[in-house]
Design a protein around this ligand. Structure first.
Ligand code: PGA
Length: 310
């Protein structure tokens, strides 16, 4: 096949827009020029790539296949570009990072510092929960992911780089803040404000209570740690969150860590990518940065030891 990269680029734009005119606008070409590139590509392939149904155009089966080949070629060209730029000592390229909602509390700081010393790299950051990260891994979407325990069912290369203690929090004036070594059993009757199903924190806490055979009352669900902290402060229930999310509230004494037996729940943060993924030079640089520098950016609060513990 004598296909050109230009034909693939034009094809991808038409497939994405499902419209010749809009693809032509995107590519700053005339519509006849776009149609000609597609016709030539179809001649090379020997099959139609689009079909017109009513006013809209749709991909044929061959067209669907061509979409994946065009994507692979575009990724390879980007990779080649980055590798050659790296050989020239120029740092360029794009870096797409996805992090668990909870990790965003420190990941933004890490990225900001990385960006300062790698100005040529364009960074995109997606913040989502554990379940969504698992789906992204399956589709090999981001360059790198930062999350808690790597997911089961997807083969990954994962490296732990920092601890992630989960602590039980209460409003500063809560009577339990005066107690020490509170047995977990005490909380069988308490109400908790928890993250949504699919959150890594939620899963870890549920497992912990199950393992200790203590009921975990989860009537109030929220999709953000910020909302949980506000709800706990307002007295809606107790919370269990990563210590990385409450730096400010501890400093300003708006929340307290309770001294509960067997707490904190010990977890780790991992940086990972799908097994066998070829990391771009930008991704390799960021991975190294996280492994070497993360500790510098994350200040675990001194109050991780509960205030009342002798
Ligand atoms: P979460 O992330 O925000 O989904 O709870 C933490 C994790 O992956 O453990």
């Amino acid at each position: 096949m004598n296909v050109t990269l230009r034909q693939l680029e034009v094809f991808s734009a038409v497939a994405r827009r499902q419209n010749y005119t809009r693809a032509a606008e995107e590519l700053h070409m005339s519509q006849p020029a776009v149609s000609m590139q597609i016709r030539q590509l179809e001649d090379h392939v020997g099959l139609p790539l689009f079909e017109q149904i009513g006013k809209r155009i749709h991909l044929t089966e061959a067209g669907e296949k061509m979409v994946s080949y065009a994507r692979i070629m575009a990724d390879l060209m980007d990779e080649a570009d980055e590798v050659f730029e790296a050989l020239k000592g120029v740092e360029r390229g794009t870096l797409s990072i996805s992090v668990a909602t909870t990790a965003s509390h420190f990941a933004t700081r890490l990225l900001a510092d990385f960006a300062k010393s790698h100005e040529g790299i364009t960074i995109s950051l997606d913040i989502t929960n554990r379940e969504a990260l698992r789906r992204q891994l399956e589709h090999n979407e981001p360059d790198l992911i930062i999350m808690g325990q790597p997911p089961e069912g997807v083969e990954v290369d994962a490296t732990p780089f920092m601890t992630n203690p989960l602590v039980m929090i209460a409003p500063a004036n809560h009577p339990l803040t005066q107690k020490i070594h509170i047995p977990l059993q005490h909380f069988a009757k308490e109400h908790f404000v928890v993250r949504e199903t699919g959150s890594g924190t939620r899963g870890a806490v549920q497992r912990f209570f199950d393992e200790h055979d203590v009921p975990f009352n989860t009537e109030i669900e929220m999709t953000s740690n910020e909302a949980i902290k506000q709800a706990v402060e307002a007295g809606l229930g107790l919370g269990i969150v990563s210590v990385h999310t409450i730096e400010l509230e501890l400093e300003t004494h708006r929340l307290c860590i309770l001294d509960v037996e067997d707490f904190p729940i010990q977890r780790n943060w991992y940086i990972l990518q799908r097994k066998g993924k070829r990391l771009s030079p930008a991704a390799v640089a960021f991975r190294e940065f996280v492994l070497n520098e993360a500790g510098r950016f994350i200040r675990l609060p001194a109050t991780l030891k509960p205030a009342k513990r002798p």
